[in-house]
Structure formats: C-alpha cells, structure tokens
Design a protein around this ligand. Structure first.
Ligand code: XMP
Length: 372
C-alpha cells in the first residue's frame, strides 16, 4: 500500500537540492503537475514559483478555475502565450509533429520564465506511465525529456526535477489527498499536457479548436457524475469513404475517414485510420466483436454513429469515455444510449459545420486513449 508520509521522506532529498536556487513549477491543472508543485511548495516555500501556461489549448475557463482551486496551497500565476502557440501550430496535421512542436514551444516558454526568475530548476509532474509510453515509442508525451536523454540544461538552461517520476496515477491521487489538495483536483480525470491540441485530430484550425472546446464542456457536464476514468470530445474531418470489403466481413456498413489516429498494436505505435461502423443495433458486446474485426487491419479507432447533424458539415465530433486502472490499457465505457443521444444533440447545436456525432468503441490496445 502507498504511504504518502514515507514517500515524502524519500523524495525530500531530491527536492532539497533546490535549496541552492529557485525553481519554476509547471502546473497544468491536472493531478500530477499540481501535486508535484504543491509538494515542492510545501517543502521549499517561495523558492518555488508555480506557473500555469495558457497555451490556448486549455478547456473553457481552465486557468481561472485551477488558480481558484489551489489558492489556499500556492500562489499560482497564469502566463498567457496562446497567440504564439496558435500561430505556430495552425495548419500542422501530423500527430507526432504537432506533439513535438508543442513540446518545443512549451519548453522555450518555460526557459524564458526560468531566466526571468533567475531560477535553475524546473519542477514537473511526470509520472511513470508517461515515460514508459514515450520510451516505448507510442507517443511523444510533452513532458518526457530526461528519460529520452535530452540535456535540458544545455538546451533550455534548467535542470529538471520530477518528484513523482516513479508513481502511478492512483498513488499520485493519494498523495494529493494527503497534501490537502481539493477533491476537484485529486479526483480529476487526466488531461493531456498538450491539451486540446491532440483532440483537434489532424489539421489544427481555430474553428476546430473552438468547437472541440465547447463539445468538451458538454461531454464533461453530462459525464462527470459517471464513474469513468476519462471522458472527452475530439473533432476530425468528416470526409469518409464506404469500405465494401470490411463491410462485407463484419455485416454492417463501415466507412473509413481520411483523418488518422494513433493506436498501439503489439506494443508498437500505429498511426492508422479511423473507421465508422453503422450497425442497426445498439448492443455494446456485439459492437465490441465488430471493433475487434475492424481493427485487425490498419484501423486504430472505431466509432459508431450516434446522431446526425447537417449533411454539408465538415466535421465529425467523437465522444470518448474509458474505464482503466493504469491508463496503459483501457476499455470503452458502455454509456447509456439515451444519455449519449442527449449529449450528441447538444453538441450538434454548437455549429452548422458539424456533420455527425460518433462514439468511440475501441479498447486500448489497439487504440490509445487519446486520438493522437
Ligand atoms: P494514451 O492516449 O497514450 O494516453 O492512451 C494515456 C494517458 O496519458 C494522457 N496523455 C498525456 N498526458 N502529456 C500528458 O501529461 C501528454 O503528452 C499526454 N498524452 C496522453 C492521456 O490523456 C491518458 O490519460
């Protein structure tokens, strides 16, 4: 069993090296980075400068919400660099290229802040699952540097301190509770560092970003009472083609999109197609068998249609909800179809450019939890 008191004793020396200088703590508002910053602030006080970077890819009102949630524990500053991030990322469409560009912009920003505060260290909330998957080549997690052999001192002028690097999510939640972080933080579903960037699947545009931001709020509003590990919306190009071969094999109409998504097959990264199955039944176990067959090709995510919008719409909105212990493997949630319909209808009202709302019925593997 995880013992927060013992853990703090163990990581203390690692944080105390900071005594010889200041540290910037990067807070995303997620459990991991917020806990790492709170722990460091508790042990080292104002040698630690907690900063949240508003990259433009945060959820609705996220920065203000997080600032208010932690106000009793640390003085969090928000630095808004969204224009810079948006202009550099607009138009990029390859998942790994987007992640790598984001990482570069993110650490360049932090590097400037470290200089501004004459700090020597960067504290971040990397946990075990992050570097395990990045090392495995599944995807470039935005916060994995040291484990990839990147010399952060040479590149950005700071040493990285990762007090939670050996912990798993559940242990981080226990530690957060012990440190007195509010329930809204320690019970929070994970949110990826690159934020909505990886949920605008394929090419980045301001319009897609604004639509997915609104769709995310709707999905969260309806699903936060459910016991799912993670739940969110994605947006991708609705352009798709009917696939006669797969359709024949599975006995339902199957369409494949031009948009691509990340999966993990046989422990290696797969960047494949998204498929939509249009079966006339609403039975998750039957759909699971269809999903298994469909993903035996290069397809990484399988979605099923929930609601139609406007035929001329350019975008599909995907809803994803998963159940998992460790985020290394996951099952899709069997959301009540009535509830799914309600969520979808509200999402359709966001924009005339939405053609349809679909629900992701892929496990991890062969999909990853995120689409990119
Ligand atoms: P995947 O999509 O790889 O996600 O199955 C596993 C978990 O990690 C989260 N995730 C990230 N978290 N930086 C993060 O801090 C990232 O770059 C990143 N990418 C994925 C994802 O939301 C899920 O909880």
């Amino acid at each position: 069993l995880f013992d927060p008191v013992k853990f703090i004793e163990e990581v203390k020396p690692q944080l105390e090296q900071i005594v010889d200088g200041k540290a910037v703590a990067a807070v995303s508002g997620g459990v991991d980075s917020t806990t790492a910053a709170a722990l460091a602030y508790r042990l080292l006080g104002n040698k630690v400068i907690p900063i949240m970077i508003d990259t433009g890819f945060l959820r609705e009102n996220e920065a203000e919400k997080v600032k208010a949630m932690v106000s009793d524990l640390m003085p969090l500053q928000v630095v808004n660099v969204s224009e810079k991030f948006l202009s550099e990322l607009e138009g990029k469409d390859d998942a790994e290229e987007k992640r790598k560009k984001f990482r570069e912009l993110f650490y360049n920003t932090l590097s400037e802040l470290v200089k501004k505060y004459q700090a020597k260290y960067l504290i971040q909330g990397t946990i075990a699952a992050d570097w395990v998957e990045t090392q495995g080549g599944i995807k470039t997690q935005h916060n994995v540097l040291v484990q990839l052999g990147i010399d952060t001192e040479k590149t950005w002028g700071f040493k990285v301190v990762e007090p939670l690097a050996d912990l798993y999510k559940n242990e981080v939640r226990d530690l957060a509770r012990y440190l007195g972080l509010p329930r809204e933080i320690y019970n929070r579903q994970p949110f990826p560092g690159p934020g909505l960037l990886v949920r605008v699947v394929g090419g980045v545009s301001r319009e897609k970003l604004e639509i997915v931001r609104k769709a995310t709020s709707i999905v969260e509003k309806y699903l936060e009472q459910e016991d799912y590990s993670q739940y969110f919306a994605v947006i991708f190009d609705s352009h798709s083609n009917y696939d006669p071969e797969i359709s024949k094999e599975v006995g339902c109409d199957v369409y494949t999109y031009t948009a691509k998504a990340t999966g993990v097959k046989g422990d290696v990264r797969a960047y494949g197609r998204i498929a939509k199955v249009d079966c006339d039944y609403k039975d998750y176990e039957r759909l699971r068998r269809v999903m298994e067959k469909v993903t035996s090709s290069d397809i990484t995510h399988v979605v099923t249609k929930v609601a139609d919008g406007y035929n001329e719409g350019k975008y599909s909105i995907g809803i994803r909800a998963v159940l998992t212990q460790d985020f290394m493997t996951a099952d899709f949630a069997k959301i009540d179809w009535g509830l799914l319909g309600k969520i979808s209808n509200e999402i359709l009202s966001i924009s005339k450019n939405i053609k349809e709302v679909v629900y992701d019925i892929t496990t991890k593997p062969p999909a990853t939890i995120e689409f990119e």
